[in-house]
Each structure stands twice: as structure tokens, then as C-alpha cells.
Design a protein around this ligand. Structure first.
Ligand code: HEM
Length: 254
């Protein structure tokens, strides 16, 4: 099966393309006011261009940044064999962010959006474990305080106040460590989104959650493989160049 998507091609870094009338992916509703850290990628690109011109794509830099962040945040226990050789795309459309799964999704919806990119139900549960790091805005979970563990909900309510833009840690136990704690949080009903909590609600997903929570090293190995697979999702024919700078396409493309 050939999957036509614009992903793994650094389309999310562009703030302008030749289709000038259209907003780029980073302006799409799930990304706007959410994605950050672009300057880290831009700095890496500047350093790499200085050392080795026109050789490393922005798409590879993003993938290698994910690999390296995973290694450092797991204290060396997650080592993703991330392949290189991607090319950068020349298009990016805000409207295409509607392909991303949303935080209010149920299990069939999550499975469908992962399947659309060639990722299976086990990989869906495995990759959700990335919510063991990072932050999330209150607007995505304040409607479900009553469904959470009530002690946890009370502390989130205090943090959020009435500002939906406040952000909180996704993993309240080990917020900056890439570890399997997320799965214990799912079991304890101490996770933020519907899309996290529902993993405890079907037999298929709960089996994975329990295994990941209770078996040392199991999730880490599955996460390495699933990240490698996600990193190999093909972009379409538009991924054709190595950008000179990551926020715009090259001018001299023919
Ligand atoms: C299962 C479907 C998923 C849904 C519905 C989802 C949804 C979300 C949402 C709503 C946020 C908070 C954004 C904000 O407040 O601005 C978030 C944050 C995050 N997600 Fe996911 N996500 C999913 C899968 C993934 C996957 C597969 C990964 C990586 C492998 C991932 C990694 C992260 C990280 C690291 C953050 C924190 C970002 C930060 O600190 O800024 N998520 N996710």
C-alpha cells in the first residue's frame, strides 16, 4: 500500500510556501499556539549547513531530534535506530492537520487515524506513551474533571483556574522522564485526555496498558520500534529538496 501524505518531510516547519494563499500546517488548529521549539531545529540546521552544506534535510533534523530527545529524557534507555535520508517537502496546508487524532477521541477513532498512516492498534497504544513527558493546555481536559480520579482532578482544577490556556504536566509523577509511568497513570485514572483514559476501557488496549505498566523494558523496546516505523512513513513526491533554511522552500527549485 502506498500512503499519500505530507509528513516526515518537515512540512510542519514551513511558515510560507509557494502556495502563498494558504496557511501552513503550523497554523492548523491543533498546532497553533501549541507547537514550540522551532528555534532549536533552526539552530541545528545553521550549524549543520556550516559544517556540511546541502546534505542534511530539515526532515532528518526533526527525526534525529526526536531520537536524541528520547535518549536523553530516558537516561539512555531508549535508543531509536532512526534512519536518515528524508527529503524536504515544498507544500504545507493547515487544513491537513485535520488528519491528526484529537484529545476527545475514543478507541475506534484513535485506531482509525493511526491505521490511516499504517500504524496498528498496538503501535497506537505504544506511541500514546509519549504523553509521559511534556505539557498540555487545560482546554483539552477541563470538561472531564468529573471522570478523573478526584484527588488528581482537584489538583488540576487548582492549577488551571479558569484559564483554558494554562498548561500542566502530562505525567504528574515523572514529568520530564520518558518512562512507562504513563501506563500506571492510565490505570489509576490520572491522565488528562479522553484519548488517554479510553486506553483502559477496551480489552484490547487495556491488555497492552497492563503489559506496558508491569513489565520492565517492554514498553521501551516497543516504543523504539514504533518510532522507527513512524519515522519511515513515506511522504509523497513533493519531498524533493534539501532546504537551505527550514522555514521556507528553496527559491531555485525547477
Ligand atoms: C493518540 C493520539 C494523540 C492525541 C489525541 C494527542 C493529543 C495531544 C494534545 C491535545 C496535546 C497537548 C497540546 C497542547 O496543549 O497544546 C499533546 C501533547 C503532546 N503529545 Fe500528543 N497526542 C497523541 C499522540 C501522540 C504521539 C504519537 C506522540 C509522540 C510519539 C505525542 C507526543 C506528545 C508530546 C511530547 C506532547 C507535549 C508537547 C509539549 O510539551 O508541548 N502525542 N498531545
Amino acid at each position: 500500500m502506498f500512503i499519500i501524505i505530507q509528513g516526515c518531510d518537515a512540512s510542519v516547519l514551513l511558515n510560507t510556501t509557494n502556495s502563498k494563499n494558504s496557511d501552513t500546517e503550523r497554523e492548523g488548529p491543533p498546532n497553533k499556539n501549541s507547537l514550540r521549539g522551532f528555534e532549536v531545529i533552526y539552530e541545528a540546521k545553521t550549524a549543520i549547513e556550516a559544517a556540511c552544506k546541502n546534505t542534511v534535510s530539515c526532515a532528518d533534523i526533526v527525526a534525529f531530534a526526536a531520537r536524541d530527545a528520547s535518549y536523553f529524557l530516558s537516561d539512555g534507555s531508549i535508543n531509536i535506530p532512526m534512519p536518515g535520508g528524508r527529503y524536504d517537502g515544498r507544500e504545507s496546508f493547515a487544513s491537513e492537520t485535520d488528519q491528526l487524532p484529537g484529545p476527545f477521541s475514543n478507541v475506534p477513532q484513535l485506531q482509525a487515524s493511526f491505521a490511516a498512516k499504517g500504524l496498528n492498534p498496538v503501535e497506537m497504544v505504544t506511541l500514546s506513551g509519549a504523553h509521559t513527558i511534556g505539557r498540555a493546555r487545560c482546554m483539552f481536559f477541563s470538561s472531564r474533571f468529573s471522570e478523573m480520579n478526584q484527588t488528581y482532578a482537584a489538583s488540576l482544577m487548582a492549577e488551571c483556574g479558569d484559564n483554558g490556556n494554562t498548561n500542566v504536566n502530562q505525567d504528574y509523577v515523572t514529568s520530564n522522564v520518558l518512562d512507562k509511568q504513563y501506563y500506571q497513570n492510565v490505570i489509576d485514572n490520572k491522565v488528562l485526555f479522553t484519548s488517554d483514559a479510553v486506553l483502559n476501557s477496551t480489552e484490547e488496549t487495556r491488555t497492552e496498558v497492563m503489559q506496558n505498566a508491569n513489565t520492565a523494558g517492554a514498553w521501551e523496546r516497543k516504543f523504539e520500534k514504533a518510532m522507527e516505523k513512524m519515522g519511515k512513513i513515506k511522504s509523497d513526491q513533493q519531498s524533493v529538496e534539501i532546504r537551505k533554511v527550514c522555514w521556507k522552500v528553496n527559491n531555485n527549485y525547477k
